[in-house]
Design a binder for this molecule. Structure first.
Ligand code: UD1
Length: 425
């Protein structure tokens, strides 16, 4: 059986410039939203990652016609013939849940087997369901989620927590609902505003009345439109972190100052030099990074949970003690056990991780169990002495187009290898 792994020869600082791929978390809801109208949408700068491929498979399964040329994807949802998502397709990706709002919005019916995705926490969908119920949807049955609504009606929804996915599902369902809706305590991630901007280009009427409230005037139909996906702020943050922890200096192009503001602040705390001008960010590090006494992951505009594992990898060799509290996903510390194999000193107590900086990490065989944890292991491998092998690198491919191409261009020595029962390629 073929077994894929990533091999990294560590100990080289990264230097150079990296153009950042399109954002995963913007592309997934934008693609799901294409089914809200007939006609063809062209989505440019759409990242070539596994999560996008899985989403396109779901759309094909529903009857959409989908094609890709270069970085653009064309979706025509005129021929949808079912509103039931297949179990094996839903199991591959968490954001299959977004088809609930989109299918209900257009057809008033949706069947969704339990969504899969990275094992970073329980990941319930109660907030999605409650919000959609407020719009008039009813849910039936055990096992697959069966939802129906004769006609969705606008409502004032207050989310108990600013969930990204629940906010997106509400937006998708409200765009075509009858009357006005308010989504209070909505998530404020830039990818949500991008989804709203795309829908507005297609005729929707959505805007923020204050930072936490989305106001939506339902319209009777949407038109297809073209869109260019924005660069991925999490990928940009990962690469900046990679340069910082190897003592190098890189510039990433594509992410606005605001999108990475919380990350820039943390870099400065760690003693890195950071510049932001327009859509360019650069980081440079001379000497050893400093630990961070205390940091909490928070919903946007706070420090993103998606960069918590890469940050932990960087802090493993920073001077002094760091403490990170993970407040969003309870299982995001599983990468710590792999980092410990490489010589890191980390203690976990509930949702708090204490990291005592060591002078160096040592290459080893480790296993990725989620997307961002996998990226963190890449950062650890880049700083480590010797060779690191990362198994489970398929997780990394869910969100990074080609991490070897991007970091290799900045001087990293890393490549993907495959073994066939002992033979290597
Ligand atoms: C999205 C992002 C993911 C990011 C996360 C938080 C996409 C495709 N994924 O995931 O990369 O890490 O936001 O920024 O955009 N929760 C509930 N009930 C619900 C929904 C969520 O309890 O119905 C909880 C979750 O278990 C979690 C927290 O709320 O503890 C945040 O989840 P949410 O913001 O919904 O994350 P996702 O949309 O899944």
């Amino acid at each position: 059986m073929a077994l894929k792994y990533l091999e990294i020869s560590g100990g080289r600082p990264l230097f150079g410039e990296i153009q950042i791929q399109g954002s995963k978390n913007a592309a997934l809801p934008i693609l799901a939203s294409c089914i809200l109208s007939e006609g063809t949408c062209r989505i440019g700068n759409c990242p070539a990652i596994q999560d996008v491929e899985d989403t396109l498979e779901i759309m094909r399964g529903l009857g959409c016609s989908v094609s890709r040329r270069g970085d653009a994807v064309w979706v025509d949802a005129s021929g949808i013939r079912t509103w039931e998502i297949r179990a094996e397709q839903a199991a591959r990706i968490r954001s299959s849940v977004l088809f609930l709002g989109a299918l209900l919005g257009r057809f008033g019916e949706a069947v969704l087997p339990r969504p899969g995705g990275c094992a970073i926490g329980g990941r319930p969908i109660d907030l999605h369901q409650k919000a959609l119920e407020q719009l008039g949807a009813s849910f039936h049955g055990f096992g697959p989620i069966r939802a129906e609504a004769k006609k969705l009606k606008g409502s004032r929804i207050r989310l108990p927590f600013p969930s990204v996915g629940a906010t997106e599902n509400c937006v998708l369902a409200c765009a075509l609902a009858k009357g006005e809706s308010w989504i209070e305590n909505s998530a404020r991630e830039p990818e949500i505003d991008e989804l709203c901007a795309f829908l507005n280009r297609r005729g929707a009427r959505i805007w923020r009345t204050d930072p936490g409230t989305l106001y939506i005037q339902g319209v009777s139909r949407l038109e297809p439109a073209d869109w260019e996906i924005s660069p991925d702020r999490i990928v940009a943050g990962t690469y900046l972190m990679a340069a910082a922890c190897t003592g190098g200096s890189i510039c990433v192009r594509g992410c606005s100052g605001e999108a990475l503001a919380a990350v820039g602040k943390v870099f400065r705390q760690m003693g890195a030099e950071v510049w932001n001008q327009g859509n360019q960010w650069a980081v440079a590090v001379k000497g050893r990074l400093q630990g961070i006494p205390y940091l909490e992951t928070r919903p946007y505009p706070g420090f993103p949970t998606d960069l918590q594992s890469p940050l932990m990898a960087a802090l493993c060799v920073a001077s002094g003690r760091s403490r990170i509290r993970e407040t969003i996903f309870e299982n995001r510390f599983s990468t710590a056990w792999e980092l410990k194999k490489m010589g890191a000193e980390i203690w976990i107590q509930g949702n708090l991780a204490c990291i005592e900086g060591v002078s160096r990490l040592k290459g080893d065989m480790v296993r990725a169990t989620d997307l961002r944890g996998g990226a963190a292991l890449v950062l650890a491998g880049l700083q480590a002495e010797g060779t690191t092998r990362i198994y489970g690198c398929e997780y990394i491919e869910r969100g990074y187009e080609d991490i070897c191409r991007d970091l290799g261009g900045a001087g990293a020595r890393m490549r993907t290898k495959v073994t066939f029962g002992g033979d290597e390629k």
